[in-house]
Structures are given as C-alpha cells and as structure tokens.
Design a protein around this ligand. Structure first.
Ligand code: GRF
Length: 207
C-alpha cells in the first residue's frame, strides 16, 4: 500500500481528484496519510477533514528563519513515514534536504507542457497568462518528479489541451484542470502505486 502525503496551499481541486480516484479504484494500492498546507485557510484542508484525512498546517511564517522551518517541516513529514509526496498547488519551496531524502518520491503537477511556461514566476494564473500572451494554440499539464530545480525534474506524464480563441486566463486554467490536471495526477499516482514507473538516466520509463 503506497502511503501518500499531499501538500497543498489553495482550493484543493487536485487533492479532491486524488481522493475521488482512490474512492473509485482509479487509483489502487494507495492511501493518503496526511494533507499538509502552509495556509490554514486553504479549502484543501477542509476537503481533507470532510474525508477523515489527517491535516497538518505548517508555515515558514511561524519560524524565525527558513532553516528552522525546513528542519521542522522535514521532521514532521518524516513522522508520517510516507512513500510518496504529492505537490498539488503547494507554494512553498521544497527544502533541498527533503528533495535529497525523497529522491524521485516527490511529484508535482504543473499547468503547462514543460519546458514551456514553467520555472520561476510561472505558477497559478501566471502560467495561463503567459500562454495567452504568446498566442500558442496548445497548452496542457505535466506531472514530473521534483528535483533541485524549478519544474525541472524527470517528466512522468503530459496531456495537451487546446487554447480557444476567446480564452481568458481563468477559462483556460479551468479547462487545463478539468481536461488534464485532474486526470494526470491520479494516473501518475496509480502508476507509482503499482510499481510501473522507473527513472533511467533521468528519463521516466513506464512499464
Ligand atoms: C493548479 O492549477 C495546479 O496546476 C497548480 O496549482 C493549482 C492548484 O489548484 N500547481 P488546486 O489547489 O489543486 O485547486
């Protein structure tokens, strides 16, 4: 049974997609042990509570410096003894020591086709604003392993989504969520939970 921690900062629609996929056996051999947020007002925490999943709120704001936060954050995460960490709209930088300890066991959902519209400054609506500003006709979402860079780890899955003529950033964000994010993240977790994923020379192979 794959034990999962889901890290969130906002509305939690990706968390909800994971919860629903486990309930529907779209994801098998997996359970969410804890939902962790830096934002005590994140609706994602209410989604966890509604589903009887343990929640933890821990924020850099409550620590004298980032090193103190990073140390406590890793200690608290380790206490849950999870196999996989899922970043679902988590807006806090993952400590390098956590990435090293959980090598190829942290995944992230990014709302574009990496390497386009990703990296520093590209998060949330800013991604879709960039897509519309450039005038690309296809965007999408990417699930990838997290490494020391920003959106630079090995790519697990991607799904393309059409950009429509009169899209606003909000309309496009919703379509990318509905058509790509909410499908890709559960699919990636299910593949990992059923030992279908390996990383060879920095590239993901799916059995
Ligand atoms: C999603 O757009 C995701 O791509 C990005 O952050 C947002 C999180 O949304 N990483 P939610 O909290 O899952 O609704």
């Amino acid at each position: 049974m794959l034990k999962i921690a889901v890290l969130v900062s906002g509305g939690g629609t990706n968390l909800q997609a994971i919860i629903d996929a486990i309930d529907a056996d779209v994801i098998t051999n997996a359970e969410i042990k804890v939902v962790i947020s830096n934002n005590q007002n994140a609706y994602a925490l209410q989604r966890a509570a509604q589903h009887g999943i343990e929640q933890l709120c821990i924020s850099p704001k409550d620590y004298p410096d980032r090193a103190a936060f990073n140390q406590e954050f890793l200690k608290r995460l380790n206490s849950y003894q999870v196999d996989l960490v899922v970043l679902a709209g988590f807006l806090v930088v993952i400590p390098p020591e956590m990435i090293a300890q959980y090598r190829n066991r942290i995944i992230n959902i990014h709302p574009s086709l990496i390497p386009s519209f990703c990296g520093t400054g590209y998060y949330g609506l800013k991604v879709h604003e960039g897509v519309l500003s450039r005038g690309v006709k296809v965007t999408g979402a990417t699930v990838h392993f997290v490494d020391e860079g920003t959106d630079t780890g090995p790519i697990i899955l991607q799904k393309a989504v059409a950009v429509e003529q009169d899209d606003t950033p909000e309309l496009l964000q919703r379509r990318v969520m509905e058509q790509a994010e909410w499908k890709l993240l559960p699919e990636a977790i299910n593949l990992i939970a059923n030992e279908k994923i390996t990383v060879v020379d920095g590239k993901v192979r799916i059995r």
